[in-house]
Design a protein around this ligand. Structure first.
Ligand SMILES: *Cc1c(COP(=O)(O)O)cnc(C)c1O
Length: 356
């Protein structure tokens, strides 16, 4: 159990107006959670304080060698006023795995969830209520030793900030165009692809810029070794419906294990669909798209929940998926997951946690 000190702000900000589109990650709430770590002393000084800048030494190790990790989850307001988290234990477990890989200190699942619940409770009035909106929760940790040598830091700061976010697709689900990248790679087996860390994102930027210039909104990564097998979208995992079966790349050490990915697999299985976690090559997708057996493609991730894919670009081929619209499974998964998150549908799997 953490002993959390709470210092409330004396000048609360104005809440966003009801018609504010709440562009992702632009507005932050009144408070933040902070906690320090020091080798020998462990985690200490857990506190909730007014949101604001953090002072760091310019030599803080995170600035030079990138020792940092993050998580992402959401809080939702149900119609009857309850505050709901979706599978926060999964984020807490994944944070432990990221920390291990990045030589950073772990936070227990219970302490992680306690910290998330405490900060959400303090800024509960910031949870937006319009359909499709939620409060995005961003826990993160970074190395703070003032030192330019290369080794794991002895001191860290763990923080949680909150951001009210609008519907990812204000006009309802909207199919995206995705570029299959066969030059740059995001991660390789043995690297840090499985950890949720900034390093994987900086590695992805050049390809993202290229894809945008070509009119595609996101990049689909191939494996780093053979550049043949599909990995993931970089902030989303990817699913295909091929001849009636749901297919997704198996977790192989360089793919981030998404909570939404796991939820989609569980739901599809519960509906009696066959789900295959296996290697999928870009070539297989191209062949399936030519003979009409590539029936659906969608991404899964906390931000968009389900992102239908209307077009995939592979080498010189632009493949249209189905009629380029929203697939049946994509829509059903979106409706079911968001229904559970908002407390509208029965939570058969025990995925939701109420913040009291
Ligand atoms: C966070 C993330 C995902 C999606 O994970 P969710 O837990 O479903 O939000 C997928 N890929 C990468 C690289 C990520 O960082």
């Amino acid at each position: 159990m953490l002993n959390i000190r709470i210092e409330k702000t004396t000048c609360p900000k104005e809440l966003p107006a009801a018609d504010n589109p709440l562009k992702f990650g632009t507005i932050f709430t009144d408070h933040m959670f902070l906690m320090n770590y020091e080798t020998g002393k462990g985690w200490h000084d857990a506190r909730i304080v007014p949101y604001g800048p953090i002072q760091l030494d310019p030599s803080a190790m995170v600035f030079h060698y990138g020792q940092e990790m993050f998580e992402g989850l959401k809080a939702y307001k149900s119609d009857d006023g309850r505050t709901i988290l979706f599978r926060p234990d999964k984020n807490a477990e994944r944070a432990i795995n990221s920390n291990k890989r990045l030589c950073m200190p772990e936070i227990s699942v219970d302490d992680f969830i306690q910290a998330v619940e405490a900060i959400v409770k303090v800024d509960e009035k910031w949870i937006p209520t319009k359909p499709g909106t939620s409060l995005y929760i961003r826990p993160f940790m970074f190395a703070t030793d003032p030192f330019l040598g290369v080794r794991p830091s002895d001191t860290y700061l763990f923080a949680i900030i909150l951001s009210p976010v609008g519907a990812y697709y204000p006009e309802g689900l909207n199919p995206v165009k995705i570029w299959i990248e066969d030059d740059y790679v995001r991660a390789i087996k043995g690297g840090i692809g499985e950890a949720k860390t900034g390093g994987n994102y900086v590695a992805s930027l050049a390809a993202q810029v290229k894809a945008h210039e070509e009119g595609y909104s996101q990049v689909l990564w191939l494996d780093g070794k053979e550049r043949k097998y599909i990995e993931e979208v970089g902030a989303m995992n990817i699913f295909f419906k091929i001849k009636g079966k749901i297919v997704t790349p198996m977790l192989n050490g360089s793919i981030l294990p998404g909570v939404t990915r796991n939820s989609a697999i569980e739901l599809c299985k519960s509906w009696g669909l066959e789900v295959e976690e296996r290697r999928v090559s870009a070539e297989e997708l191209y062949e399936a798209s030519k003979d009409g057996s590539l029936e659906e493609v969608f991404g899964t991730g906390t931000a968009a929940v389900i992102s239908p894919v209307g077009h995939l670009r592979f080498e010189d081929h632009d493949m249209q998926i189905g009629d380029g619209g929203i697939g049946e499974i994509s829509q059903r998964l979106y409706d079911t997951i968001t229904g559970i998150q908002l407390g509208k549908l029965e939570d058969k799997f025990g995925w939701t946690v109420e913040v009291k």
